[in-house]
Design a protein around this ligand. Sequence first.
Ligand code: PGA
Length: 241
Amino acid sequence: MNIRVFRTPSDAGIYAASILERVVTSKERPVLGLATGGTVIPLYEAFVNLVRCGLDVSHVTTLNLDEYIGLAPDHPQSYRAFMNEHLFSKVGIPAESTHLPNGIASDLAAECERYNAVIRKNPIDIQILGIGVNGHIGFNEPSHTLITGTHVVNLSAETIKMNARFFQNEEEVPRQAITMGVQSILQAKQIILLAFGEHKAEIIREALKDGIRTDVPASILQLHKDVTVILDEQSASHLDL
Ligand code: PGA
């Protein structure tokens, strides 16, 4: 794994955006696997700046990792709304080229199959990942088993608590989500994992330096041959670099 440590999340975001730019300019039909959460905001800000400076993204396809079950696309806390706010509304990616699971599908099993087919049709060139304080990637939560394909997941108590900061209160946080599975993530040609802040330092150490453990889902990234881990000084503070 290539581990890069930056002074601030903003510096790290600029570096991550430059990696995305290389993918966008080097492929005829680039497919970006995208993530939501506080961590990826500096990356999207830097990427929007690149687009404002002339980077063409009209030929880009995007696939997001996950969506809350029960939130319509226009719900302010849906991940579709997050992507619209932080990226899609600010760059020229055609709406029909941006994909997320549908959190209000009436048949969730069929929706998981539909999303698996979207992933198969659009092999991901680069997957952006954040990491939960419990080690989740996407919403692949710590468990005895990790699921390969897109699936419905019960969010862990820890995830609900962490994500409550985006809602009025903890009660409003959806209890379930649809997430891409770990095999789909590992099939991306390249992966960028971002983590910032002291609260991510210990899980970053466990994910990168211990063995592969299903109770630390991000540790499965140790199996991938092209992962860049982008940290700030705080999240890197438990690593022996
Ligand atoms: P965060 O979430 O970026 O808001 O910390 C990351 C994650 O839960 O994957």
